[in-house]
Design a protein around this ligand. Sequence first.
Ligand SMILES: [Zn+2]
Length: 501
Amino acid sequence: MCGFYRSSYTDATGSKKYLATNQFEATDARRAFPCWDEPAIKATFDVTLIVPTELVALSNMNMASEKPLVTFIVGDLAYIEKYTSGEYNDKKPVLVRFYAIKGSEKQGEFALDVATKALDYFARVFKILFPLPKLDMAAIPDFEIGAMENWGLITFRTVAICFDPKASDARYKQHIAYVVAHELAHQWFGNLFTMEWWDHLWLNEGFATCVGYLAIDEIFPEWDIWAQRDDVMFEALIHAKMDVINKKIILHKSEKWKLILVSRKLSSYGWEYPENEDYLTAMLRTLAIKSAGTAGDPEIAKKATRRFKLFTEKNDQSVLHPNIRQAVFEIVLMHGGGEQEFDAILNIFRNGPIVDQKLAALSALGFMQQPKLVQRALDFSISSEVRHQDILYIFRSLQTNRKSRKPLWNFIKKNWDLFQDQYTKSIKLFEYIIKFRTDMFASDETIIDIEKFFADKNIKYFKRPLQQSLENIRTNGAWLKRDIKDVENLLAANGYLKHVS
Ligand SMILES: [Zn+2]
């Protein structure tokens, strides 16, 4: 998934197809053609591609020009389009198109709507015109990161842009809106104005993150995005400053315990998602059911199992709203789900209506409790059915799940050559594998084991994430030693101890 590469998918008739796309940041343009790809040296490219007539070829622009991030995509694509109002862009409306593999283009309607509004908003507040006559956004089936702000042709991981109001989980709506606004902001911060060298990348990201949220707050005031921002900022900050964050992780964890204690009260929200309900109430319901169910509330677990049965055996879609499916899958698997439930969820991964629902199923498979099924989930994670980019979803669950944390680490050690072979070229994914795997451990033995394992490995490409992981393990261990008694007492006093053992 770097340089000019091939992405595969299955089309509506069930046959395997390919498209060609690229990911060049930071130094992979040179994999595609001879060039000097440094941010301070913006060059004029004139690239010619020879493309079969039945395929669509996209590029940054139609003519040769100065392109900070040259891009090209070739494939059997379809699009939908919309113009910005042009009101703040010197009366020049910008044509925005969303491209996807044929048949999926309608799933870009929401993103297209956000994009046109965000472009208007940025032109208004920056008082600098959008510098291009067109803007394309494309959903790519295999994509290493979330999205890439290529000049005039932004590429996205499918789940970061495709949304179906009937079949998708509503929380993706907010994520998509934000990613679109963030990438559009980069057309100014990053593309029009570029840092001299990569060590100032944080400036691009800082500005794009901030104005991305400003745009979302403007377009969706009802989301109250600033009230929700803490968690997201928390994520972003992790990459910036570990020493500050370590303290926050501890806070974060005690928050989690409080959440378990209040979640029973919250579960009075019920299981239905009325139409036209406000976004925050809907998200709070999902959170309440998920927290109570995964913490072991027997009432919630029973209800989840009953609804899951109706959903999978009777194919009754109405008993499980898309917003709650992932939580219910997890709850069911954590409370006695076996082979049959595994197969039912696997089937949803294989045949789900939209990518966010497939990934919800894939994530859930990491919550199996029986050793045999944990092993099945592990083996499945490296099967050809799981795209390389998507292994993170199942790994994240496998390492959250106490029953699979150790088996996961052993699995990675055992299959290390394979991981190294498949992921060293996609270093960001590789970093995540290293981090996710080790973050949840808390013992000194684990640190020794990890250090021993990597002692004779080449860690040149992931030295920092590995150090961060070890640091996290130490922090977790210190937190446990300090607070375990207090937490136990708090839980015992509230009658929850047996559920969290
Ligand atoms: Zn960015």
